[in-house]
Design a protein around this ligand. Sequence first.
Ligand SMILES: Cc1cc2nc3c(=O)[nH]c(=O)nc-3n(C[C@H](O)[C@H](O)[C@H](O)COP(=O)(O)O)c2cc1C
Length: 191
Amino acid sequence: MEKVFFIDATMRAGSRTRMIAGPLLEELGKRYEIETVKLDGAGFPAVGSRILQDRDNGIVPEEYAGMSRRIAAADRMVIAAPFWDMSFPSALKVFFENMSLFHITFDSDDRHCYGLCKCSKVLYITTRGMDIHTGDELEQATPYIKALSRLWGLGELYVVSAENLDYSSPAEIERKIADAIERGLRLCRDF
Ligand SMILES: Cc1cc2nc3c(=O)[nH]c(=O)nc-3n(C[C@H](O)[C@H](O)[C@H](O)COP(=O)(O)O)c2cc1C
């Protein structure tokens, strides 16, 4: 069975992003084996001098190297992350830093860097408080994920989002979440 690597960067109890992600992963679970990493409370360390020195000495915790290898071997990636400070929660960036390993997710020759991941499609699920749409210059999450996808070789990025949720009525929020699930399910049936 092909594999999905699911990065759950939702943080709040009752997360609206998770409400959208749940049914989509259920749909994907019919065709894929899903490995989930839940970032809230996982405690991945910010990469600094100590970790860089270890890496220079060839030391990477096996737990992280193993996960990075599984990411590189996955057929699809799904990321669920709320829109925070015009991007995504820093826990997700820290996770990417820990997983971004030379000779595992990417490599280079004497001229350029290239990705080593097998994945060909990435699904990014998000909800935003303000009325900011995917691709807006104030939306700095998808440009980053696209760039990382280029570095690691993850393939095409698909986005399912709901916007303006902090300024919508409960009924509007419910409708927007239902619409996002509907759009996401259509995508997932052919993902
Ligand atoms: C720490 C934090 C930072 C946020 N920053 C932004 C922001 O910069 N722009 C925005 O549109 N919404 C922002 N929001 C609102 C969230 O994007 C919005 O409420 C979203 O639906 C939360 O997703 P969740 O229900 O999955 O947690 C922020 C919320 C939190 C808690």
